[in-house]
Design a protein around this ligand. Structure first.
Ligand code: ATR
Length: 273
């Protein structure tokens, strides 16, 4: 029987996860398929019940459900528990187990570049599920301090206290003025959806420098407004598509039990841009 996988979220029409996973299934000759399933905010419970009804084998979780999905899991692996958010779920006869492949997905491009973040200061823009995984990743890299900027200040403060619980110094700054102090960070990460479809700048880029690393988790378009602005400032760029592939490969391995075909994923992705 064909095994079905999905990505749930809203918006979901821009998602490249179906293309990545379907290309990998085809490449390896697996009888599996992967769909995008839109579940609006507030409709998660009903949406998950529907997925169970069709016998979904597993699914990815994206904006805005990564944190909320935790309460619908029957089991969570250690990383998923640590982060308090899930992006990968396995369904075994109605038993849902959550994982979080965003931590490794986020760190993969940093490791590939041999970037050492030990003792450095980071700015994370955003305070949602993706940001939670990212701060865990930064803590693993032994960052000295993580500053949070977010549209809703209460969410920024709650993420900052989460960071402190990981043993890393943390504070939060006004998102409207965060760009003014951009030069004081070694790495700046956009963990919001701002920039999707080429619309919006999460922070001002005027004080980004050539020694800054700017990492945008938005991957559509490849060159987001933040990346374009950072390139003008001659900063070092890490693209959202790099994290997208890395987290997708980890999810694939969890579901299928064998390594994902990187080249098939990369060719598919670059062909779509
Ligand atoms: P994810 O699981 O992908 O992280 P999320 O948990 O819904 O998704 O978090 C989305 C993040 O993007 C949040 O930090 C959100 O800010 P709020 O805490 O204020 O909601 C941020 N975000 C989304 N749309 C935004 C916008 N138009 N401007 C600024 N920040 C935005």
């Amino acid at each position: 029987m064909t095994r079905t996988y999905a990505v749930i979220g809203d918006p979901i029409d821009h998602s490249l996860s179906p293309a990545l996973h379907n290309a990998s299934f085809a490449f390896l000759g697996l009888d599996c398929t992967y769909i995008a399933y839109r579940i609006p905010r507030g409709e998660l419970d009903a949406g998950i019940a529907d997925l169970k009804k069709i016998g979904i084998s597993g699914f990815n979780v994206t904006i805005p459900h990564k944190v909320d999905m935790m309460r619908l899991l029957d089991e969570a692996d250690l990383e998923c528990k640590t982060v308090g958010a899930t992006n990968t779920v396995v369904n075994t006869n109605g038993h849902l187990k959550g994982y979080n492949t965003d931590i490794d997905g986020f760190l993969d491009p940093i490791r590939k570049r041999n970037i050492d973040l030990a003792g450095t200061d980071a700015l994370v823009v955003g305070a949602g599920g993706a940001a939670r995984a990212i701060v865990v990743g930064l803590a693993r890299q032994k960052a000295r301090k993580i500053t949070i900027a977010n549209r809703t200040p209460e969410n920024a403060e709650s993420l900052a206290s989460f960071v402190r619980s990981l043993g890393v110094e943390s504070d939060n700054v006004d998102i409207a003025t965060a760009g003014d102090i951009a030069s004081s960070f070694k790495i700046i990460i956009n963990a919001t959806s701002v920039g999707l479809k080429g619309i919006g700048l999460p922070i001002s880029t005027k004080n980004i420098t050539s020694s800054s690393i700017v990492y945008d988790i938005v991957y559509m378009p490849v060159e987001t407004p933040l990346i374009l602005g950072a390139k003008e400032r001659k900063a070092n760029i890490i693209y959202g598509w790099e994290m997208l592939i890395a987290q997708a490969m980890k999810s694939f391995e969890i579901w299928i039990g064998r390594p994902a075909p990187y080249e098939a994923m990369k060719l598919t992705l670059l062909g779509r841009f």
